[in-house]
Design a protein. Structure first.
Length: 115
């Protein structure tokens, strides 16, 4: 596993910290996600998406359905990435963003972290 890049976005006091990893196994992914949960104990959500050949998964991590994992996954597919994990740690800032802005925030975080 290799951390390739990070990117931070702030919207209405919520902070989105995107992590872009090169990965080769499900075990590496589990380890990364567990480490992020330990490092960011006060984060509200850590949605992610990954693709290792035919092994594909996305998670909204308790965000409204398809507002987090799906936009991250879409960025992976649009850019033909493989052996990749993108996680976005979200610290809730106290202001609800609504589904549209929430989806765009995750999408933009994923888009920027792979640049």
């Amino acid at each position: 596993m290799k951390l390739i890049n990070t990117y931070t976005l702030e919207i209405k006091k919520s902070k989105f910290i995107a992590y872009y990893y090169e990965v080769n196994s499900k075990e590496e992914i589990d380890e990364i996600i567990n480490n992020l949960k330990k490092k960011h104990k006060k984060a509200r959500h850590i949605p992610y998406a990954y693709k290792i050949d035919n092994l594909i998964k996305k998670s909204d991590d308790k965000e409204p359905a398809n507002t987090a994992g799906t936009p991250i996954y879409n960025i992976i597919m649009q850019n033909n990435l493989n052996n990749v994990l993108i996680c976005v740690v979200r610290y809730f800032g106290g202001i609800k963003l609504g589904a549209g802005l929430l989806t765009r925030s995750y999408l933009n975080s994923a888009k920027e972290v792979i640049k």
